[in-house]
Design a protein around this ligand. Structure first.
Ligand code: ZN
Length: 61
């Protein structure tokens, strides 16, 4: 286990210890929980969608 390894979150761009990896991309725990709370009406929603779109683009290549 490499628990001290830091990965860069694709949403906030910060190096974080804790989070989830989807395909090859990393999302930190705080961004993940914030995305869960964000509704489609929230002004932050398009930002999250845009960041996550990077995942889908790479995944489908
Ligand atoms: Zn983050």
């Amino acid at each position: 286990m490499e628990q001290t390894e830091r990965k860069t979150c694709i949403v906030c761009g910060e190096p974080k210890d804790e989070g989830i990896t989807i395909v090859t991309e990393f999302i930190c725990t705080s961004c993940e929980s914030e995305m869960v709370r964000t509704s489609a009406q929230d002004e932050k929603y398009p930002f999250f969608v845009r960041q996550l779109r990077q995942l889908w683009v790479r995944f489908h290549v």
